[in-house]
Design a protein around this ligand. Structure first.
Ligand code: ADP
Ligand code: MG
Length: 601
C-alpha cells in the first residue's frame, strides 16, 4: 500500500520528451512550427554544434503576454484547441501542448517574448524548473534559445550521430518547411555559415531555386488540380531531371510536411515510362482538404497522417501530374558546356556551394580533328548535394523560369543510319539522332498497351500444342486466385490437375514466337506481387511484350524501314522516351552545332 505516487511535472515531462524530442532536429521542428502558428513572416534559426549546443529561434509572430509565457511551458498547455470538436478541425501545426514542456525538461531555455502591447517577458528554465523571470523588451515576437540539449539525459545524448548527420536532418527539415511556406522568410545559420535563406515573397519557384538551385527550378513545372474533396498544387520536374531516391518528393497536407506512402506512389505512377527504372522525379505537392478528412493525431511527431478518400486523392494526384508532364514532353537538347566567361544569368547556375558534377571535356584543344565526346544533357543531371546558399535572384531571372512549352514531334527528313543503331534525321532547326531500338519499344509498347486493355473483343489464336505450366501448391493457389486478373490481360488458363495449368489459345496480337515466355513471365509477376492489380499488370505486360519484339541495335534498316519507323513513332502518344524512360530522340540544334565549329560565339 502507498507505493503509488504521482510524478512531479518536470519528471513526467522528461519521460514524454522521449517521444517528442528525439534529436536536435525535433526541437527545431517544434520551435519553428510554433513560430509559424504564431503567424510569423520571418523566422531565423541559429545553431551551434548542430543544435546540441545552441538552437536559437527568433520570430516576428504574435508573441505572448507574461501569463501565457509562463503557462506555455506546462504540459498540455496550448492556445490552439480547447475542446474535442477542435481536434477534428486542426488548422495549426501544434495542438498537443507538450512540445515546450518536453524540450524545457531536457535542456536550458531562455525565452524573450512580447505581444507588442504589454511589457515583454524574459524567462529562464533549467531542466523544467523556472530559474528566473523578469520583464523583457517590447519587440513583438518571440525569441527562444535552447542550450545544452540533453544535458540531463546522458543516455539520449549518447545516441546522437555525428554533427554532420544531425545538421543534415535540420537542413532537410528547414528546406521542407521553406517549401511549404514560401511567404515566410527563413534563415538558417550554423555558426558562421548560412545554410538556407529564402525571401518570403510567396513564390514557391524562388524557394525551389534557393534550395535546389536555379537550373533545377527552371525545369520545374507548376500544376494544380481539384476533386470533390481535395485541392492540389505544386511543382513537378521535367523527366530530364531524375534522382536516385524518393527523398525529393515532398508532400504537404494542409500546411504540414507528411510522409505518406500511397500518395508518394501516385506521384511515381504519374511518371511511369517517362523515367528510367529506379529513378525518381523532384516534386513539391501541396494537398488541401477539410481537416476532417486528414487525421494528424496519429503519432506525436505528426508526420504520419491518416487520409480519408485516399483513392480519390491518389487518382487526382496521378492524373494532374501526368497531364502536366505530358504537356511539356520534348526531345532533350544537346548543350555545349564550356568554361567561357559566363553571363550573369549563367553565373546563377553556378552559385552552388558544392561543385557541380564533373563532366567529361568536349572539344579537345588539339590541332587535329576536334572530337565530339561530351555528354548529353539529359539524364546526366546527377545527384548534387543539397545546396545551402541563397542565389541573388533578380526578377528577370524569375520570369525566365519555367518557359518550357509543349513541343510537337519534329518534321524529319531522314539522312541515314549509323552503326546499325541510330537514325539521323534533319529538320530546319538542326539534326536529330534517334535510337531505333528505343523508338520501336515505344511504338510496340503503345500498341500492346492498347491491345492488352481490350482482350474481350479480340480474336483468339489456337495453339497446335497446348502450353503447360507447373507450380508448387502454394503458387498454384495464388495463380488460381488471380486467374481472372490474368484473363484480363489475355492469358486464359485451364486447370489441369491440382498444380498444373494449360493454355490452349491466346489473343492474336500476342508476340509471335514468345507465347510461352510471355505467359510464364506474366504469371511470375502475379506470383511476386503481393496485391497484383490489373492496371499495373497491363502496363507490365505491355512493356514486356514491347521488348520481346523490338529490333535490336546493330540492325541495318532501309530508308523505307526508317521512314516507317519514324512515322509510327510520330503517331505515338509519347514519342520522346521509351517505356523504360530512356530518351528516344536527341536534338542537336543548328545553333549548338555552329557553336561547336566556332561559327558563332
Ligand atoms: P502546441 O504548439 O501544441 O500548442 P507547444 O508546447 O509547442 O504546444 O506551445 C505551447 C503554447 O505556447 C502554444 O499553444 C502557443 O500558445 C505558445 N507559443 C509557443 N511558441 C510560441 C511562439 N513562437 N509565438 C507565440 N506563441 C507561442
Ligand atoms: Mg507547438
Amino acid at each position: 500500500m502507498g507505493q503509488i505516487r504521482l510524478m512531479d511535472e518536470p519528471l513526467s515531462n522528461k519521460i514524454a520528451a522521449g517521444e517528442v524530442v528525439e534529436r536536435p532536429a525535433s526541437v527545431v521542428k517544434e520551435l519553428v512550427e510554433n513560430a509559424i502558428d504564431a503567424g510569423s513572416t520571418s523566422i531565423d534559426v541559429f545553431l551551434e554544434e548542430a543544435g546540441l549546443q545552441t538552437i536559437h529561434v527568433t520570430d516576428n509572430g504574435s508573441g505572448m503576454d507574461e501569463e501565457d509565457a509562463v503557462l506555455s511551458f506546462s504540459r498540455h498547455a496550448t492556445s490552439k484547441i480547447s475542446n474535442e470538436h477542435d481536434l477534428f478541425r486542426i488548422r495549426t501545426l501544434g495542438f498537443r501542448g507538450e512540445a515546450l514542456a518536453s524540450i524545457a525538461s531536457v535542456s536550458k531555455v531562455s525565452l524573450w517574448t512580447s505581444d507588442g502591447v504589454t511589457s515583454g517577458t524574459h524567462i529562464e528554465i533549467e531542466g523544467g524548473y523556472i530559474k528566473k523571470q523578469t520583464a523583457g523588451a517590447l519587440r513583438k515576437g518571440t525569441d527562444i534559445k535552447i542550450s545544452q540539449l540533453f544535458y540531463n539525459t546522458p543516455a539520449r545524448l549518447k545516441y546522437m550521430k555525428t554533427i554532420q548527420t544531425e545538421l543534415g536532418h535540420i537542413i532537410d527539415l528547414l528546406n521542407r518547411l521553406a517549401l511549404c511556406y514560401p511567404s515566410v522568410a527563413f534563415k538558417l545559420t550554423h555558426g558562421e555559415q548560412t545554410l538556407l535563406q529564402t525571401n518570403g515573397r510567396g513564390d514557391l519557384q524562388q524557394v525551389i531555386a534557393a534550395i535546389y538551385g536555379i537550373s533545377i527550378a527552371k525545369k520545374m513545372i507548376a500544376f494544380e488540380g481539384e476533386s470533390a474533396d481535395y485541392k492540389i498544387y505544386g511543382y513537378a520536374s521535367l523527366p530530364e531531371i531524375t534522382r536516385a531516391s524518393k527523398n525529393y518528393l515532398t508532400l504537404f497536407v494542409n500546411g504540414r510536411w507528411v510522409k505518406h506512402y500511397t500518395v508518394q506512389q501516385s506521384i511515381v505512377n504519374a511518371y511511369h515510362t517517362f523515367l528510367p527504372i529506379d529513378r525518381y522525379p523532384l516534386v513539391i505537392l501541396q494537398i488541401e482538404g477539410d481537416p476532417f478528412l486528414t487525421d494528424v493525431n496519429v503519432h506525436p511527431s505528426k508526420q504520419q497522417i491518416r487520409l480519408s478518400k485516399e483513392k480519390e486523392l491518389m487518382q487526382l494526384v496521378e492524373e494532374t501530374i501526368r497531364k502536366t508532364i505530358r504537356s511539356i514532353m520534348r526531345a532533350p537538347e544537346i548543350v555545349e558546356k564550356t568554361k567561357k566567361v559566363s553571363t550573369p544569368s549563367e553565373q546563377m547556375d553556378l552559385w552552388k556551394s558544392t561543385p557541380p558534377p564533373v563532366k567529361s571535356s568536349y572539344v579537345k584543344e588539339v590541332p587535329s580533328l576536334p572530337t565530339f565526346n561530351k555528354e548529353v544533357d539529359f539524364n546526366v543531371v546527377k545527384e548534387t548535394h543539397e545546396t545551402h546558399a541563397m542565389p541573388n535572384l533578380e526578377d528577370e531571372d524569375i520570369e525566365s523560369l519555367n518557359t518550357a512549352s509543349n513541343e510537337p514531334f519534329p518534321e524529319l527528313d531522314i539522312v541515314g543510319q549509323i552503326h546499325g543503331t541510330y537514325i539521323i534525321g534533319q529538320s530546319a532547326d538542326g539534326f536529330y539522332l534517334i535510337d531505333q531500338h528505343a523508338a520501336q519499344e515505344r511504338i510496340k509498347y503503345e500498341f500492346f498497351r492498347e491491345k492488352v486493355g481490350d482482350v474481350h473483343s479480340e480474336e483468339r489464336q489456337s495453339l497446335l500444342i497446348p502450353l503447360s505450366f507447373h507450380y508448387s501448391a502454394d503458387e498454384a493457389l495464388k495463380v488460381k486466385e488471380h486467374q481472372l486478373v490474368l484473363e484480363e490481360i489475355g492469358i486464359f488458363l485451364e486447370e489441369f490437375g491440382p498444380t498444373t495449368f494449360i493454355v490452349r489459345e491466346h489473343p492474336v496480337w500476342f508476340p509471335k514466337g514468345f507465347e510461352e515466355e510471355v505467359v510464364k513471365e506474366l504469371i511470375e509477376q502475379v506470383l511476386n506481387d503481393r496485391r497484383p492489380d490489373i492496371k499495373k499488370l497491363r502496363e507490365e505486360a505491355a512493356i514486356m511484350m514491347s521488348c520481346k519484339r523490338s529490333i535490336k541495335a546493330n540492325h541495318f534498316l532501309t530508308k523505307e524501314d526508317m521512314s516507317m519507323l519514324i512515322k509510327d513513332l510520330k503517331n505515338t502518344e509519347h514519342p520522346f522516351t521509351c517505356p523504360h524512360g530512356r530518351p528516344v530522340i536527341i536534338h542537336f540544334t543548328t545553333y549548338e552545332v555552329e557553336k561547336m565549329f566556332k561559327r558563332v560565339m
